[in-house]
Design a protein around this ligand. Structure first.
Ligand code: TXE
Length: 492
């Protein structure tokens, strides 16, 4: 079994207590790596390193253009190592190499884009209303950013935080998920090679309560950037609030993929399948509710089931595999529990509905692609995030009802619309409560386009120009130009 070290102040180290935990390969169900189990003492060291690096002229004193150049160099190194990093992700989280490899190959674009933005975040001169005053603004970094990331797209979701945080001049302590530390540690080797000074990025591996909690609580942490489940996100938000820390939260959803009778049904079937089965449902943007207009409901379900039935399950490292295992054993148990809940609630199982025992699934944690019909929008299976290959099909009549059902959850991350009526598509893009709306497509994301949630799906935006602002603060600077300080007892 490989034994790993974590990154503090440019050094590769064990945890202070010398403890390790096992990381599992979800395809075999076997442990394959030993990861340092960090705790509060390691948090102290990593935050001190990040704090010192933030003040160090080697980082604070270089120009924004030089920071941008470092990010672009990092992007080149990620491009060079994309295949290796993708394979490590798949070993650790069991998601398809076709998906993980595509993500690691696309990741350099974030470093190029935010590297380009580094020297373009200009302040403003305000045409101030006070005579004898000159007023301008500065865009300044926040300080030490705590980045806490999940296991489902480990390096991509970290990249969404690291690239803007570093471009803005912050330093980072990154805690990857305990289920996917290996790719993070391999990725961590690239910072020194790209030329980042020690301590600018530190990586602490371990568990949420042992590393995440003291990290968020630390006085020298200015901001918390978190992706994960909404309950954990709530706890993170509450704790960050005690220190009045800035936060961005990306917290998953119960996204609706809405199919109208006038849609190109072949495309809509592909879109719905891609939304729920392509990433084994383990994605924040999973289109886990298919809302289907009643006029085409039966025909659509028939085509959907026929298509989903052909999905090839098996080794996620095989490029031909279409549905992989569930990443963790508790998550596997959670998905099966929700399938039982749906059955108990009276939903009708049109496909799957069990653990997968196909020979090609070996001893991995696989669940059959599952489709429930006859789902009432109030059922738990239609309201709660399952995070697995489980789709709820809900019929509707007309646009108004579609919007009402789509918006009737506590989440608001994304929505898909399948229709040839562009007037309706544009109307609905304005009434759907979701941070992203896809029209006749699904699961498209880009470094250029803001991504984030409405309602319980989160706070703040990642990617695009908006992300840069999440890692900067604006300072207002006043200068007297009159040389004559007025009456000190009257506010100017
Ligand atoms: O995520 P957690 P889990 C959802 C999905 C899934 C559920 C639970 O529904 O079934 O969350 O998954 C760290 N303070 N999503 O338990 O707990 C943890 O170590 C600070 C949606 O794996 O949210 C990890 O690094 N940090 C989601 C990170 O938080 C804490 C992606 C995420 O773990 C912490 C993943 C604490 N108290 C799961 N507790 C999405 N939005 O895509 C845990 N952590």
């Amino acid at each position: 079994m490989q034994k790993h070290q974590m990154l503090i102040d440019g050094e590769w180290v064990a945890a202070q207590k010398g403890e390790y935990f096992e990381s599992f390969n979800p395809f075999t169900g076997e442990p394959w790596a030993l990861i340092p189990r960090a705790g509060a003492a390691d948090v102290e060291l990593a935050v001190a390193a990040a704090r010192n690096a933030f003040k160090n002229p080697a980082w604070r004193g270089i120009s924004a253009s030089a920071r941008g150049a470092l990010l672009r160099r990092l992007g080149d190194l990620v491009a060079r190592d994309a295949e290796k990093l993708g394979i490590l992700e798949t070993r650790d989280n069991g998601k398809l190499i076709s998906e993980m490899g595509a993500q690691t190959r696309y990741m350099p674009q974030w470093y190029y884009y935010f590297g380009g933005l580094a020297d373009k975040m200009e302040g403003r001169v305000i045409p101030i209303d006070k005579a004898g005053c000159f007023n301008f603004t500065l865009e300044e970094p926040l300080g030490v950013v705590a980045a806490i990331t999940p296991w489902n797209s480990p390096l991509m979701l970290a990249t969404w935080k690291l690239a803007p945080a570093l471009a803005a001049g912050n330093t980072v302590v990154w805690k990857p998920s305990e289920h996917s530390s290996v790719s993070a540690l391999e990725f961590g080797k690239l910072f020194a090679e790209a030329g980042f000074p020690p301590g600018v990025v530190n990586i602490l591996t371990g568990f949420g309560n042992e590393v995440g909690t003291p990290l968020i609580a630390h006085n020298d942490v200015a901001k918390v950037a978190f992706t994960g489940g909404d309950r954990t996100g709530q706890a993170v938000y509450e704790q960050a609030a005690r220190g009045i820390k800035k936060v961005t939260l990306e917290l998953g959803g119960k996204s609706a993929n809405i199919v109208f009778g006038d849609a190109n049904l072949d495309n809509a079937v592909k879109g719905v399948v891609s939304g729920i089965f392509a990433a084994t449902g383990q994605t924040c943007i999973a289109g886990s509710r298919a809302l289907v207009e009643r006029s085409v409901h039966d025909e659509f379900v028939r085509r959907l089931v026929d298509f989903a039935r052909t999905a090839k399950m098996g080794d996620p490292l095989d490029p031909g595999t279409q549905v992989g295992p569930i990443t963790t054993k508790p998550q596997y148990a959670k998905v099966l529990e929700y399938i039982q809940i749906a059955k108990d609630e009276g939903a009708k199982c049109a496909l799957g509905g069990t653990a997968a025992s196909r020979p090609e699934c070996g001893s991995g944690w696989f669940v059959e692609p599952t489709i429930f019909t006859g789902v009432d929008p109030k059922m738990r299976i239609a309201q709660e995030e399952v995070f697995g290959p489980v789709l709820s099909v809900i019929p509707f009549d007309g646009e108004e009802q579609a919007v009402a059902i789509a918006n009737d959850t506590q989440y608001g991350l994304a929505a898909g619309l399948w229709t040839e009526n562009m007037g309706r598509a544009i109307r609905m893009s304005q009434t759907l409560e979701a941070g992203t709306v896809w029209i006749n497509t699904y699961r498209a994301t880009s470094y250029m386009s803001p991504f984030g949630g409405y309602k319980r799906s989160g706070i703040g935006r990642e990617s695009g120009l908006s992300a840069m602002r999440e890692y900067l603060q604006e300072k207002s600077v006043w200068i007297d130009t009159s040389g004559n300080v007025p009456n000190p007892f009257v506010m100017r």
